[in-house]
Design a binder for this molecule. Structure first.
Ligand SMILES: [Zn+2]
Length: 127
């Protein structure tokens, strides 16, 4: 079973309606920790916050949630805070190995590479 399938079976309720799970490999621990937190929040507050997508967007981790309108807004605030933290942390963690890294904007041939890399995984810049 691949990582995404394992995750879906582990967080059935949270990932019930998920559309895309495709974060870089180095950010998997961040995604797993966030899902554990959301699952715990859902359980103790009896909410039904669900994840719509988990992917790399504009060089950072991007997580989109949707939740039933009945759930209390204060709980959503806590979850959104955790999501914001995970997205912020992704810009300090190498997306390939999870080591401390820096957010980089690199030019490669005709395209611009945005992402977070440690020194070892920094893509080569080309003119
Ligand atoms: Zn790295």
């Amino acid at each position: 079973m691949d990582w995404a399938s394992t995750l879906i079976s582990q967080f059935e309720d949270e990932l019930e309606d998920v559309y895309e799970i495709n974060p870089p490999i180095g950010w998997r621990p961040l995604v797993e920790s966030l899902l554990e937190y959301i699952k715990w929040q859902n359980k103790i507050h009896k909410t039904r916050v669900k994840i719509y997508s988990i992917e790399k967007r504009h060089g950072g981790l991007r997580i989109v949630v949707h939740h039933s309108p009945a759930s209390s807004s204060s709980i959503s605030g806590e979850i959104f805070g955790a999501i914001h933290l995970a997205e912020t942390l992704s810009c300090k963690m190498c997306e390939q190995c999870g080591a401390p890294g820096n957010f980089e904007k690199l030019r490669s041939a005709d395209s611009l590479i945005l992402g977070t890399y440690c020194n070892e995984h920094l893509p080569q810049e080309k003119d």
